[in-house]
Design a protein around this ligand. Structure first.
Ligand SMILES: [Zn+2]
Length: 66
């Protein structure tokens, strides 16, 4: 029960989705904010690949605020 759990993110996946001070996960590509990291990661992957946003994904997030 005292084993250390190593959360290994894939070696190729160096970009981590960061949570901001409000605990929201931000897509580094488009700046949309999400409640879950998986959603933000989904967005980031899409944005990086397609150089545009997926409306179905950003519908779950909040637009960036400056
Ligand atoms: Zn995005």
């Amino acid at each position: 029960m005292e084993r250390t759990v190593n959360v290994n993110v894939g070696v190729e996946d160096k970009r981590m989705v960061k949570a901001n001070t409000q605990g929201e996960y931000v897509c580094e590509q488009c700046g949309f904010r999400y409640e879950t990291e998986s959603r933000a990661r989904q967005c980031e992957n899409w944005c990086r690949e397609h150089k545009s946003c997926n409306l179905e994904i950003i519908a779950h997030g909040k637009p960036p605020e400056e």
